[in-house]
Design a protein around this ligand. Structure first.
Ligand code: AVJ
Length: 325
């Protein structure tokens, strides 16, 4: 039986977007896998562990910004009522600080957390219903833009979009620009975006955040192979791959790789295809780009937004920047 012509009959799972993304990443000469697939149930938990590691300074910095500057942020938002939409809400732990303050200050708003992980949204909604019973929550699992687009048809009143936690850092610069231009297009004049960037700092500090000695980040990265094994019926041997992290202080790019420690074939049954890894061949799995404030401002200008105000932490490690359309 010719394997290529009968792929659809043998391997219907190729029709899933996950399978397609894995295929297009692994068939390249320089292999890649998209980091957005880190976040299955186990990956969500590992990422929560990462956020609790002292070396992963990002979470603490953004929490400090929200704790110290919640009133200034609400004042800068400036409108008495708005729709609050959070892209990539995750467990929403830091956002809850803002939500509580907004409620206590009497702002009229509803909160729509959007995330690729349905698991994490269920937990988030449950917690918010218990801890902030006065809040109107309307979670949505799925792709950011589908949601934004739907919101535009039905939505009245001004919108405030949250894109926190340095999630933008996962996009290569050109894609970050495309993403933000698209977001700009979906918003109305006067709508605002609060967007978090991890700032350039001592390269040693950055490298440590993605290269912890406990191996939590390594487990987080390797979990992607585990997920491919489970969902796409593959036979990656996790022992034969190791996590490797680099940081380029000029481009600000922290990169995670999974490196094959020997020559090996991996078969992915849902793709009905095997992939060869040379000894020490690497799969690039994640980009976490760090910005300077000048680069943040240039990105806003290039995508149509006006920078209204920067909210930085006491060490200038991180910025939540408020942009206006
Ligand atoms: C959730 C994308 C912001 O890039 O810092 C943490 C993910 N990866 N440790 C980041 C992550 C490894 C994180 N973001």
């Amino acid at each position: 039986m010719p394997t290529h012509s009968s792929a659809a009959a043998n391997a219907p799972a190729v029709s899933t977007i996950f399978a397609q993304d894995v295929l297009s990443g692994l068939k390249q000469t320089a292999k890649t896998l998209p980091a957005k697939y880190f976040y299955d149930e186990h990956g969500d938990r590992l990422f929560q562990d990462i956020m609790h590691m002292p070396a992963y300074y990002l979470t603490g910095c953004e929490l400090e910004i929200f704790q110290q500057q919640q009133a200034a942020i609400l004042k800068a938002i400036g409108s008495p009522s708005f729709h609050l939409l959070e892209l990539g809400a995750g467990d929403g732990y830091k956002t809850q600080v803002l939500l509580r303050h907004f409620l206590e200050a009497g702002a009229a708003f509803d909160y729509q957390p959007v995330d690729i992980s349905e698991n994490v949204l269920i937990e988030l909604e449950q917690r918010l219903r218990e801890e902030l019973p006065g809040l109107k929550v309307n979670p949505l699992a799925g792709d950011y833009f589908k949601v934004l687009h739907e919101g535009r048809q039905s939505g009245q009143g001004s919108k405030v979009v949250l894109f926190l936690g340095a999630n933008i850092g996962n996009y290569p610069p050109t894609e970050a620009g495309r993403f933000l231009r698209q977001l700009y297009h979906e918003l109305n004049t006067g709508d605002k975006l609060l967007i978090g960037f991890d700032l350039k700092k001592d390269p040693a500090t950055i490298l440590k955040a993605y290269n912890d000695p406990e191996g939590i980040t390594a487990a987080f990265n390797l979990n992607l192979l585990k997920r491919i094994n489970r969902e796409l019926h593959a036979n990656f041997n996790l022992q034969e791959f190791r996590h490797w992290e680099t940081y380029d202080p000029q481009s600000g790019e922290a990169r995670s790789y999974l490196v094959s420690q020997k020559p090996q074939h991996v078969f992915i049954r849902s793709l009905n295809r095997s992939f060869f890894f040379d000894a020490w061949e690497a799969i690039q799995v994640e980009l976490s780009k760090k910005y300077s404030l000048h680069e943040v401002e240039a990105l806003a200008a290039a995508t149509g937004f006006q920078v209204q105000e920067h909210f930085t932490d006491s060490r200038d490690f991180f910025v939540d920047s408020l942009w206006v359309k």
